[in-house]
Design a protein around this ligand. Structure first.
Ligand code: NAD
Ligand code: FES
Length: 273
């Protein structure tokens, strides 16, 4: 079985969006879940959050950033090309309920993984306050779509080319000072999730983060995605990917994120020739 790419878009110079034919996943996937894909049978497994689904058309929407050899190869595929594997939906879905007022914080390409959570929380009646941050205007994705499902939206860029100049955590402090937030989510690079957790802790607000360590099988068998939460070993693929940020051992997580950096750089250098 192959999974056809029926649409491909360049969002900016490093981020791409594909719509893939996968009817079973399109029927079942819920906010917070992910898939693992392979371009061909020898390819690396790439975990990607399901951004959206179109169950009637059998389509799954995925967004990725080119960060190494496999994602560069994925970016070369065109409309009409196929993936050899697409497994999912994997992981636990976000606990969607009416919490009251919720704060959703997305950083960089992590905004793609935050979007389905925003949409699902809005659908059950929460007041949704969203903060999106990126390096610059070009890299700030999905702002208009997130605005559609948000009662308030704050945009932050590192260089000030869109919204306010500053980090997402600057906007979080502003929101916490003016509004009682019942629950929050932060999805993005690990330093951003760590500092978002600290900002939420200061405000006394529980915050969920979505952990994305290296994954292999995605089913809890290989141990590749282990993380330490509440001093216990957890597997992000089956116990997560969402965990309360306050319980995450951030030093252990950032060390694991760096573990294969040398091998990734070698593969990237060989791929680019
Ligand atoms: P980036 O480095 O450009 O950061 C995006 C924004 O996050 C910044 O503009 C800033 O507002 C905020 N941020 C970054 N560091 C911060 C800090 N120390 N304190 C406060 N705020 C901070 O983002 P990028 O290059 O798009 O990120 C790519 C990373 O995102 C990859 O490392 C990837 O692993 C990760 N990612 C995570 C998930 C997930 O599910 N957690 C999903 C996709 C990608
Ligand atoms: Fe193998 Fe999670 S990816 S245990």
């Amino acid at each position: 079985m192959v999974f056809k790419i029926v649409e491909r878009r360049e969002l900016n110079s490093i981020e791409f969006e594909i719509f893939v034919e996968a009817p079973r996943i399109a029927q079942k996937a819920q906010a917070g879940q992910f898939v693992i894909l392979r371009i061909d049978h020898n390819g690396e497994r790439i975990p990607l959050t399901v951004v959206d689904t179109e169950p009637d058309k059998g389509l799954v929407r995925l967004i990725f950033q080119v960060i190494g050899k496999s994602t560069a190869a994925l970016a070369k595929l065109q409309t009409g090309d196929s993936l050899s594997d697409l497994v999912g939906p994997l992981g636990k879905a976000t606990e969607i309920e009416n919490y009251g007022t919720v704060l959703l914080v997305g950083g960089g390409v992590g905004i793609a993984a935050l979007f389905p959570i925003i949409k699902a929380l809005k659908a059950v009646g929460n007041k949704v306050i969203t903060i999106l941050g990126a390096k610059n205007k070009e890299l700030l994705i999905l702002a208009d779509e997130c605005r559609k499902y948000s009662d308030e939206l704050y945009l932050m860029t590192d260089d000030g080319t869109l919204g306010q100049k500053g980090l997402v955590t600057d906007a979080m402090k502003f929101v916490f000072a003016k509004e009682k937030i019942d629950t929050a989510w932060a999805v993005g690079p690990s330093p951003m999730m760590k500092f978002s957790t600290l900002a939420a802790k200061k405000a006394g607000v529980p915050i969920y983060v979505s952990l994305n360590p290296i994954m292999v099988d995605g089913t809890g068998m290989c141990g590749g995605c282990r993380v330490t939460v509440d001093k216990k070993i957890k597997f992000a693929c089956v116990d997560g990917p969402e965990f309360l940020g306050a319980g995450v051992d951030w030093d252990d997580f950032s060390n694991r994120m760096k573990q294969y950096r040398d091998e990734e750089q070698i593969a990237d250098t060989i791929y680019k020739g």
